[in-house]
Design a protein around this ligand. Structure first.
Ligand code: ATP
Length: 252
């Protein structure tokens, strides 16, 4: 039995779109300083679930508990204010802005004490370095000129710079080659090492087994299972993804 609540606890989250029930009562725990992989077949409800946490969708029912108390997350801005940052595959950065501008984007409220360009540049550079992101040529590079892996890195660095406690990544390596995938996976480990919780949607089982501490599997809008990685092998994960059950084969 757990004695303390995890950083994020979802209970009985339900969400329908008209007649389509996307989530039928999901319970999920996301602990600090761990990487939780959110898996499931196409249409299982992964995106809808993270959007409920990111403030994009409002659940029809259920409870979101954050650091031990119930919260209602009505917008992405409210999610950010709590310390929840979501990095979407394609929408992570504004192409026409440079890295520094992207890392400070949407934080205008704080402008009065951080307007100084040199200070912003220094903070962005320091955060990227702290996370081991060494591939970026200059923090004054426009986002449009960055590779997919670099874009993910900058988006994640932004989350760290603003003291997020949970970073949600939606298939961060789906469009990346081998080297860039390794870079983003290192970054995810670095987030964990900094004490952040990571919730990562992934279809790639190699990736899940390489980076996750825990696996949560959705099946038809319900949580089929959530447990430490050590309790799974690949066949078991696939079985939960396709049937919602462990299958008949023996464990590990
Ligand atoms: N805005 C919406 N309007 C209507 N139905 C939606 C909407 N968003 C999601 N759905 C439906 O909810 C269900 C869950 O979708 P969701 O995108 O969460 O699946 P997913 O697990 O992320 O799938 P994939 O791996 O293919 O991205 C699907 O049946 C989908 O068609």
């Amino acid at each position: 039995m757990e004695t303390t609540e995890p950083l994020l606890r979802l209970r009985d989250i339900r969400k329908s779109f008209g007649a389509v029930q996307a989530l039928g009562g999901v319970d999920l725990d996301v602990p600090a300083a761990q990487v939780t992989a959110l898996c499931g077949d196409n249409g299982a409800g992964k995106s809808v679930l993270i959007k409920c946490v990111a403030g994009i969708h409002q659940p029809d029912r259920g409870q979101i508990r954050w650091q031990g108390r119930e919260v209602h997350i009505r917008s992405p801005r409210e999610a950010s204010a709590l310390g929840i940052e979501t990095v979407y595959q394609d929408l992570a950065l504004a192409d026409n802005l440079d890295i520094v501008q992207n890392m400070f984007l949407g934080r205008e409220r704080l402008r009065h004490w951080l307007l100084d360009e040199a200070e912003m540049e220094q903070a962005a550079t320091a955060t990227l370095r702290e996370l081991g992101v060494t591939t970026v040529r200059s923090v004054r590079q426009r986002a449009a000129s960055l590779s997919g892996g670099q874009r993910q890195s900058v988006a994640v660095a932004r989350a760290v710079m603003w003291h997020s406690k949970l970073v949600i990544l939606d298939e961060p390596t789906a469009a990346l080659g081998v080297t860039q995938t390794a870079m983003v996976q290192d970054l995810i480990r670095s987030l964990r090492a900094h004490g952040l919780a990571v919730l990562v949607i992934s279809h790639n089982l190699n990736e899940v087994f390489a980076i996750a501490d825990r696996i949560a599997i959705l099946h038809l809008g319900r949580l089929a299972v959530q447990a430490p990685l050590i309790e799974f092998d690949r066949r078991r994960v696939v079985s939960y993804m396709t049937s919602g059950e462990a299958g008949t084969e023996a464990r590990l």
